[in-house]
Design a protein around this ligand. Sequence first.
Ligand code: ARG
Length: 391
Amino acid sequence: MFLPKIHIRQLRCLPKQLFLRQFCKCASQVPPEVLEELEQGFEDMKECDSKSLLKKHLTKERFDKLKDKTTPTYNSTLLDCIRSGLKNPDSGVGIYAPDPEAYSTFSDIFDPIIEDYHGGFKKTSVHPPTCFGFGSDFPNLDPDNLYIVSTRVRCGRSIKDFPFNPCLSKCDYNVLDSIITDALLNLSGEYSGTYFPLCGMEKDKQQELIDSHLLFKEGDRFLKDAKATRYWPTGRGIYINDNRNFLVWVNEEDHVRIISMEKGGNLGAVYERLILGENQLSKQLEFSRDKRLGYLTFCPTNLGTSLRASVHMRLPSLADDKAKLDKMAAKYNLQVRGTRGEHTDAEDGVYDISNKRRMGLTEYEAIQEMYKGIRALIDHECQEAAKACKK
Ligand code: ARG
């Protein structure tokens, strides 16, 4: 008899329906009400004024080809991928993968979006093997502390054999939480710290951590509409090392987000801490990696290296010339966000600027790209400041 491979951890939490499906391998059908919601959502999207990559790439042909498909193991539909984008026309991207198989079942829409977002990662491209290189190659970007408030590098990881948020049961969240926290509590040296589960966390403590840019915010409508916030706050939490410069988010957008951050512009030190922390964790946790796509994450913008290196910085001159800022960001493949992250505004002229591409290049190249871009922004600011002095 053919028995599909199911990890024992998953079996413990497998909902009945999924369990039957795994063993019956019966052909799944998209329920009529899902099809109806898809058709209506697609019509509405055509009418609305959205700049999302979803709207740009989901042609009628692609839509018709994909609307009846489901992923083999978790039965996810096209609606599970695009619900957030349909409900939020202000999405920049508008699509998530409910489970790892969605990237292949719905490749006709994921591939063009991935290619567009990651600057040319084609459907025939293969993501390179991990190569972090050395943090010491990146000197302090702003030794005089004139522009950069803080520097942060993060990567996302998924635990092998588990699907992504929309397919996780309440029990899965608890199992993931315990697998991940077991590993975290084994971290040593500068990585040793404390795990704070969101369940039972005082509101004041939560707000203090959010305001210090340590903890993720709650109630992200893009994630909520992707069904990524179910059973909240079950299984969610944050690990913080004693120096408060190495953090791990558990079960927010991805199973694991590994974060290194500190005040100022010492990118090399921040990156080095991330590399060694990721290394310690990867010895204890098995992360999902795809031969073509690299590290697997819930959002296609994070595939590949899943690496996002950012600074919080003041741009006194470029803040007054948004067109120039956008032009420079495009030239250096940078992404500009507000102070509290994406979908927020800049507060007191402080922007969050990072590498945009995470796929089709190594970790080292992604950091290099960000380094060069931030250097160019600082050089521009210095020149403008010098011109202003001469006047
Ligand atoms: N779905 C949101 C959008 O399309 C977020 C995309 C990228 N950000 C992320 N946190 N995955 O705007």
